[in-house]
Design a binder for this molecule. Sequence first.
Ligand code: GDP
Length: 527
Amino acid sequence: MSAADPTLVREAARRRTFAIISHPDAGKTTLTEKLLLYAGAVGEAGSVTARKGRKSATSDWMEVEQRRGISVTSTVLRFEYDDVVFNLLDTPGHKDFSEDTLRVLAAVDAAVILIDAARGVEPQTEQLFRVARARGIPLMAFVNKYDRPGMEPLEIVDHLTEQLELPLVPLTWPVGIPGDFRGVIDRRDESFHRFTRVTGGSAAALEEVVDVENEGSDPAWATAREELELIDVDGAEFDEDAFLGGEQIPLLFGSAAWNFGIGQLLNTLRDIAPSARPRATEDGELRPVDQPFAALAFKVQANMDPRHRDRVAFIRICSGRFERGMRVTNARTDRTLALSFAHEVFGQDRVVLDEAFPGDVLGVIIGGDVRVGDTLYLGAPVQFPPIPTLTPESFVTVSNRDVNRHKQFRRGLEQLDQEGVVHVLRREHSQDPVPVLAGVGPMQFEVAVERLRTEFGADVRTEMLPWQAARRTDAEGAAKVLADPGHTDVFVRADGTQLAVFPNRFILDRFAQRNPSVRLERLIGAD
Ligand code: GDP
């Protein structure tokens, strides 16, 4: 692959790789479906929702997920619209699976924050927003459910500005009060789009670009224009550099259920979301997209298909061309492995891909050892920075109930640790053989127990531990923490991170005050 591969550069330029982050129930599934509908990728909306009930579908392969009717694992949807290739990465909505979302954010070039017009910024959105912002990802916001009574649009802008602490720039503006949604003004060309709802929402809404002069009789249009004048006075102009730098959030209004404002969102993603750009490597250099193949593994999953004990790594291609069957090197182990099969997941189908380009996200079946955060490359060594982890807030011991299945139990734990389903901790200072699992929330443990049982035949018992706060520390800090009488402890993660754990924030703060020289760092996420 030469540095002057014009196909590669062209293909990278037409990629848009993004995620939608939201609080559960804000409408992410509905919006995803409607984006596919508007892109012409599905003939009729409903295919994504249909997936929710299917066991065999990639995002719903786990029983826990089925029982709870939530999406635990991420999938990628790839669709083409107007000569642009979109890779839409799904993120689990539930807080306990935030670490999965964090990994997805390491693989995307932009994110849409989805907000329920009546509820505003909810805690989960806020946390994910903070993570996205810390990574400098360009963000746009979509205010959904404007068809229902909720906040007035100016109130929404104020609320979002206050909550997100960044300037918001409306690109579209709703016409009609919340609950009586008639259309939007597209601020970029001052056009007025009137929508008519098509019952059922499985087909695109009727959309007319109307002549304002003839709409004089409808006070809703006049009100929307007056509101926009107030926004203009505020001087909120779209600035591409500010957006790309993550310092300004373009804002759009719509209703995913009614198909209002979906076309505008899709076009905005096409027009302003960044294409695959040079990516920073561990040594701080930017690696251009036309360098030899390099990809980041941001998700690893074993046993997705119970009939084949395969391991799938979801990789984000950062440079070069992917070809099926290629042999690459894993930067962490220095070993080569074959990316034998690649599939993209589209709706209900898996399609085998023969080649892919920077920006693309695909699942590859891997023969060797690949962990979350690994860099896979061709040619000269390259390594991308590690994916950050969240501060754990829940801890359990996990013990094996069937001595005859000890090997399976160990193997299962190692697998779950490598996938990052939970973090398996050990005590460096004691011989206590009972492993401790750490996570952001208890549902992670539920998934771990279920997978140990179904995939490894290991019958396990977990017991809640009394810690709710953790900090990264060093050897010196660990000694101080262990000497403390306040029911604290120290554990080590597989990556060598030492974690000091405390019963609660109060005791943690008190310890920190008494021991100002001890290194106690937050991972990202928890406070
Ligand atoms: P998710 O949990 O974020 O994936 O949310 P869903 O897409 O499953 O939507 C949650 C609920 O909100 C469902 O009952 C949807 O039908 C409903 N919903 C989604 N979008 C809209 C919208 O624009 N307007 C209204 N009224 N309801 C919506």
